[in-house]
Design a protein around this ligand. Structure first.
Ligand SMILES: Cc1cc2nc3c(=O)[nH]c(=O)nc-3n(C[C@H](O)[C@H](O)[C@H](O)COP(=O)(O)O)c2cc1C
Length: 353
């Protein structure tokens, strides 16, 4: 019923309105709902699905279910209160950067419905690490909350300066009273002025070595790119394998304007637009790299499968490919917030975990 209402009534209206404005309003509403026990429990009674077979413990973190909110939706830390009621088993805040950034010029968020995708051009829009810490300190989270960290979107004179920017953000969170459970290290944002320097192995190694010196008590998962070749992807994984990193997330947005999973008409439109795509154009590539990682590295990494999950069957495909956990954003925008509970119900009954 929720799915029908959302797709036939709510979505047609929301999709007429500027996507950034909708995102802002939904986040504000979610923040309000998350503040009150009553609204949380009403929402939870409709949306949340719990079943013992969905529970998992990975890296010492207990997950009520394996479906999480991916980085980028809650970059202002408004939603940790409400997300358990929506049915999520974990949630990532961010990407957070050391310094605040208002986001890239031009349209920052749009929809490509023919491709079942979102066009994202935020470029690490962030309140800055200190503001996010102030919002989160002292709060008790009902589900594991992770912090995604990337470098501030600005020009750096040296790679050492850029590494220091990232390390400082980790240090601020380490020294804070925020009760987060894990970190994501975002090396693959395709929308920033410095490009993706940490996809070069020596720079990645320098970053991981500096990070290791912090002796972080919480696990770190690396957010991976999906548009590289198999050789390049394996080289990144091999470098990460030699480090302290606990897991990888496959993966981030696609910036490949020849991606065959983008609808023909959208591909033409995309040429003249800034930004990169989420949703179904990321589905095949994410699955391919999850499979590759499991085949080559066995159980070395926790693998989080992210990209194009629009149904319970889609989530099951990610687990069959080798994922331990799944994250999503775009499926919820296209299918409605009841999707998370629907996926969990499907997984519990199909025993796909
Ligand atoms: C609006 C939006 C903003 C995003 N911002 C970030 C981000 O800040 N950091 C990040 O690691 N990934 C970001 N992503 C990528 C998502 O975390 C995810 O990897 C990607 O969207 C694929 O999942 P999906 O198809 O379920 O959306 C963003 C995605 C969307 C749709």
């Amino acid at each position: 019923m929720f799915s029908f209402l959302y797709k036939c009534l709510v979505k047609p209206i929301l999709f007429q309105i500027d996507a950034s404005k909708v995102h802002q309003s939904v986040s504000d509403l979610g923040e309000r709902f998350g503040q009150f026990r009553l609204t949380r429990s009403i929402l939870g009674s409709f949306l949340r699905y719990r079943h013992p077979s969905l529970e998992k413990t990975l890296c010492g973190i207990h997950f009520e279910n394996p479906i999480g909110l991916a980085a980028g939706f809650d970059y202002e830390a408004k939603l940790p209160g409400v997300l358990p009621a929506v049915g999520f088993g974990f949630a990532t805040v961010g990407t957070v950067t050391l310094h605040p950034y208002k986001g890239n010029e031009g349209v920052q968020l749009d929809r490509f419905p023919r491709s079942q995708a979102l066009l994202v051009n935020k470029g690490f829009k962030s309140l800055g690490a200190k503001a996010i810490i102030r919002k989160l300190e002292g709060r008790v989270f009902e589900i594991p909350v992770g912090i995604s960290i990337g470098s501030t979107n600005k020009i750096f004179h040296t790679i050492e300066e850029q590494i220091a920017d990232i390390i400082n953000t980790f240090q601020l969170f380490e020294q804070s009273e925020v009760k987060h459970s894990y970190y994501e290290l975002n090396i693959s944002c395709p929308n920033t002025v410095t490009g993706q320097p940490f996809l070069q192995l020596h720079y990645l190694w320098s970053l991981l070595s500096e990070l290791e010196k912090l002796a972080l008590a919480k696990p770190v998962f690396v957010k991976m790119p999906i548009d590289l070749s198999q050789t390049e992807t394996l080289a990144l994984l091999t470098t990460i394998d030699a480090s302290f990193i606990s897991g990888v997330i496959f993966g981030n947005l696609t910036k490949d304007k020849h991606n065959p999973d983008v609808h023909r008409d959208d591909r033409a439109l995309w040429q003249s637009r800034k930004g990169n795509l989420s949703g179904k154009p990321t589905w095949e590539r994410s699955n391919r790299w999850i499979r590759l990682t499991r085949q080559h590295f066995g159980k070395r990494f926790v693998i989080i499968g992210t990209g194009g999950v629009f149904s319970g069957r889609d989530a099951a495909t990610k687990f069959e490919a080798g994922a331990d956990l799944v994250q999503l954003i775009t499926g919820m925008v296209y299918e409605g917030p009841q999707l998370v509970g629907e996926i969990n119900r499907y997984l519990a009954h199909g025993v796909y975990l």
